[in-house]
Structures are given as C-alpha cells and as structure tokens.
Design a protein around this ligand. Sequence first.
Ligand code: NAD
Ligand code: AKB
Length: 320
Amino acid sequence: MKQDKILITGASGQLGLVLVEKLKEKHGIENIIATDLRLNDDFVGNFKILDANDFDKLTSLVVEYEITQIYHLAAILSANGEKFPLNTWDVNMKTFFNVLEVSRINKVDKIFFPSSIAVYGEDAPKKSTPQNYVLAPSTVYGISKVAGENWSKYYFEKYELDIRSLRYPGVIGYQSLPGGGTTDYAVDIYHKAIHNEDFECFLSENTTLPMIYMDDAIRATIELMDAPKESITVRTSYNLSGMSFSPEELTESIQKIYPNFKTNYKADFRQKIADSWPSSIDDSHARIDWNWKPSFDIKRMTETMIKELKLKERNKLQNI
Ligand code: NAD
Ligand code: AKB
C-alpha cells in the first residue's frame, strides 16, 4: 500500500495541535507536514509557515512533498468572524478554494474539511437537529461552512475528489485555548476552576449546546477518513454528536471536584449566536455509515480536563 503524505493547514490551532500528533503516531513523523500562519514553538517534525490564501506556496508544498491527503483546518471561527465579516468570508472561502483546486490539479487522494453545528440557523429544530434540514445560519462563519459543504459535494460529484467532512460541535480539550468561537467558555471555565477562581460566563446559565471532548473529535475525524469510500453516503458533512450541556450543568460537574467553584453570568454578543444553534444533534448517519460512537460524557470529560490541566500546570512550574 502507498504511504500517505499528509499536509495540515491551521495546524497550530486548537484541533490542529492534537490532530497532528495523532497523525504523526499513525503515519510516521516524516509523512506529516504541519502548516499555519504561526509556528507552534514546541513543534517536533516538519512545520512550514503557510498562509493558505497563497495558492502558489500551497501548490509548491503539495508537489514537493507528494501530498496525498490534506486536512484543511485553517479558518476564522464564529465569534471572531462576526467582528470582520467580509474578511472572514474571504479567509474561510479562499483558503478552501485553494485547497480544492490544488487538490484537483495535483490529484490529492483525500481531503478533510471541518464544518460545524454553526451551519444551522434559528429555524432548525433545537433538539436532535436532523442531518437534512434547511441550513440558514445567522453568522458569516456558518454561511462559509454551508458554502464549503456544498462545494465539497460539487467537487466530489464533478471531479471525484474524495472530500470528507464533519459538523463538529464545540470541541473541548486541555491542550490549548480555543480560537475565538462561541463555545470557548466550555474550555476557559476549567482554566479558572483549577486556579480556584470564579468564572464569568459570556453565555446564560441555561444555554444548552452540543459539545464534544477532543479525543472523541479527533477519533471521529480519523475514523471518517479511514472509512471505505463506498460507506460514505453524506458528501456535504456529517452531523456529529458527543454530549450536550448548559453552563450551569458544566459548573455543577466541576463543583463535584471543586465544591466552592462559582460561575457568574454576563451574556454578551455570543449569546445571540448560541441561541441560533441547536442544543443537541442527531448523528445517526455517522453512526450507521462508519459506526460512530462517542465515548466521553460530561463527567468523564470534567475529570480528565481537570487532571490534565493540573498536570500541565505542575510541569510548567517545575520547568521555571
Ligand atoms: P483555531 O482558531 O484554534 O485554529 C485555526 C488555525 O488556523 C489558527 O492556528 C490560525 O493561525 C490558522 N489560520 C487562520 N487563517 C489562516 C490562513 N489564512 N492560513 C493558514 N492558517 C490560518 O480553530 P480550531 O478550533 O482548531 O478549528 C479548526 C477547524 O475546525 C476550523 O475550520 C473550525 O471552523 C472547525 N471547527 C472547530 C470547532 C471547535 O470547537 N474548535 C467546532 C466546529 C468546527
Ligand atoms: C465556534 O464556537 O465557533 C466553534 C464551532 C462550534 O464551530 N467552536
């Protein structure tokens, strides 16, 4: 079997940092080319600075390293996206068109495109939101993800480019801080808890959103990319579910470990975005087509987050 050579855009981001390590383990460090606008200082392996808007540089990396797969993570997320909508559209769409065209021209075998629960708008059913429902998002980020999903399907049907995609819920991990999304509070809260500080939440206490623990999100990505081509029936993007909870429920789960932990609520512009998103997701297509099953619930996630963040903190102090 041919050895895959994999390029990742947005590799220094929240998901990229973890995905790249998994891909290095799976395919060998020499077969992974991580790229981003900014270098992650601790990175071990092949790292190239790449603005994914730069078609020529992307082409030269794909040709030089004989790339067979691209994971295109680079994007501007929902909350930051609303600050400069036109720039968000430019970045999210141009980088993806570059990946699509460079892949088509150079015959890249497989592409991963991350979509989001942000593709849904306020008219969609909140609970167990179905895979196939009208996608009418209220953010420029959501609009760019809907467009990306449709272009993925177009390139698959017209050029047989094998693009696979997941609609991630909010992803929660200890490895880094999140990059400007509406679900970021669910990571930030743990950083306050381990320092015995109160947390100020930018969403109201009962805003329930779909979330997923990082390990599950990365495992889903790899399982989808490994699935036989004939089992992939959704060529826009698969709904993916991990768990659903509100800030109040997350606070309660942290209080089982830190009984004095307290969250104060001060909703800001992100509340409106969150209110337009589903509270839970029907991911039965993913479960049927490639046997998706999450393994982290809120309790296991909280225990793991606190354990890992405390460990990181201890290691940091020891290295000072
Ligand atoms: P992030 O913001 O942490 O990382 C994105 C990375 O992209 C950053 O390191 C940034 O430097 C890089 N980037 C931005 N513009 C770029 C450009 N022009 N060229 C190259 N790199 C550029 O985001 P993330 O949380 O790691 O998300 C990764 C992908 O997953 C994104 O497409 C995002 O929309 C999607 N997603 C994430 C979540 C989540 O909860 N984290 C949920 C749903 C979907
Ligand atoms: C965001 O909040 O923008 C992301 C997402 C759910 O797409 N975490």
